[in-house]
Design a protein around this ligand. Structure first.
Ligand SMILES: [Zn+2]
Length: 428
């Protein structure tokens, strides 16, 4: 294997300019999500390129998925190149969407400027740099090793930044991630080139509504204030739930360290009279609010469960029902994602780990993500467990102004990906 791994690495180094140009071309297509713009355009660019390299191209629209419309169709691309003989399929999955630009940029967010060994732009790090690296890795591999067995697949999918329902979830529902079709999945999310991400924490989103009774604001004792009831809920969270969550530590190698505890974000609180337009000059009407709603975003650990996480919140609310006069609530789940953790001994993990050691000269760090990503759909819908996130880019730069990806980091991780393909798809 030594001779071929050296040749793969040298050839990737030689394609530095191609890698830069491809990354820039992808950044220059503003695939903003929401609303989910230009998916077709980016799929065309990817499809034309990979078709020239002998890949079969499928364009798949997630018809009827959340967000899909004729104005903003959810297009996905799946490119596949079969080898000389039957064997396993290695799949690289990247999302093509990027989040809003936001304030604070000093470069054109869709310009793809190159400076000091970095490429700048929205999505450079998360994750068009990773997509470009996986394409270069796959192209070099099929060029240098045309007699490989099995198949190489590359997908570019929609909507990861809004849950992945018009992207990987849809493909998984259609059977594209069935373990009979795909055996190894690498998601080149920006986790740093020497880290293997095994999975992510779970997430539970819910809305809590407290109810009261409307009355004249000058005689609040004739009504029942739903906002004060919500205050009691927040107090119970502060004194009971938050300390309990902070005391729990997971065995999952979640980074950063703060996310190794259970966490919850209070996403929003709305109560009382609806807010008026900013140019409204009148005064508020004097009413006791009869409804207050709160959205919570609870991130949980592999050691917890959907039932324990939701049950704990419900128990606190039920307790308030007995301890607090006229307290009443409604709780509705908005969404739930189970935690996902690939076994450290899984073949894709050990293969990529060996490739990292060979390219970077040290063992990888194993991590788990605080937030969810498309692995959730590959695991839950696809029932495929041999899946990791591995790609170039500094995680902390994702979604920030002046986002960038390092060119050398992309080259190194492309080498890791190509060596992994060689290990999985070539004979000893
Ligand atoms: Zn991402």
């Amino acid at each position: 294997m030594t001779a071929i791994t050296d040749r793969l690495r040298d050839e990737i180094t030689a394609r530095r300019d191609d890698l830069i140009a491809l990354t820039q071309a992808l950044i220059r297509i503003p695939t903003l999500n929401p609303p989910g713009a230009n998916y077709r355009e980016i799929c065309e660019v990817l499809g034309q390129r990979l078709a020239q390299r002998g890949f079969d191209i499928r364009m798949i629209r997630a018809e009827g998925a959340p967000g899909d419309s004729d104005r903003y169709p959810r297009w996905n691309i799946l490119a596949r190149r079969d080898g000389a003989r039957a064997g396993p399929c290695v799949h690289f999955n990247s999302h093509t969407d990027v989040v809003e630009v936001g304030q604070g940029w000093t470069t054109d967010p869709f310009g793809g400027a190159v400076k000091d060994g970095r490429i700048y732009g929205r999505g450079a790090c998360d994750m068009k740099g990773g997509l470009a690296a996986s394409i270069i890795a796959a192209e070099v591999f099929v060029d240098l090793c045309p007699d490989f067995h099995g198949a190489v697949e590359i997908s570019g999918t929609a909507d990861e930044e809004s849950g992945g329902y018009g992207g990987v979830a849809y493909l998984a529902e259609q059977g594209y991630f069935a373990p009979s079709r795909v055996q190894h999945v690498i998601i080149p999310e920006p986790l740093n080139k020497d880290r293997i991400c095994l999975g992510h924490r779970g997430a539970w989103w819910a809305e809590i509504e407290t109810r009261g009774e409307i009355a004249h604001g000058a005689m609040p004792f004739l009504g029942d204030c739903a906002v004060r009831h919500m205050g009691a809920v927040i107090d119970a969270f502060e004194t009971r739930l938050f300390p309990a969550m902070a005391a729990r530590r997971t065995e999952m190698p979640v980074v950063p360290d703060g996310a190794r505890a259970s966490t919850m974000n209070i996403n929003s609180v709305h109560g009382g009279a609806a807010e008026q337009e900013s140019d409204y000059t009148g005064l508020p009407a004097y009413c006791v609010p009869d409804s207050c709603r709160m959205v919570i975003d609870r991130r949980y650990l592999a050691e917890e469960s959907h039932a324990s996480v939701s049950g704990e919140v419900r128990a606190l609310l039920d307790e308030l029902k007995t301890s607090r006069a006229k307290f009443d609530y409604r709780l509705s789940e908005i969404n739930h994602v189970a935690p996902s953790m690939t076994d450290r001994a899984a073949p894709v993990v050990t293969t990529v780990a060996r490739a990292i050691e060979e390219v970077l000269g040290h063992a990888p760090e194993y991590v788990a993500s605080p937030g969810t990503y498309d692995q959730k759909h590959i695991d839950r819908i696809g029932r495929l467990k041999n899946c990791i996130a591995y790609g170039p880019g500094v995680l902390e730069l994702a979604h920030k102004p002046d986002e960038w990806v390092g060119i050398d980091d992309m080259l190194d991780s492309a080498q890791v990906m190509a060596l992994s393909l060689a290990a999985l798809l070539l004979d000893g």
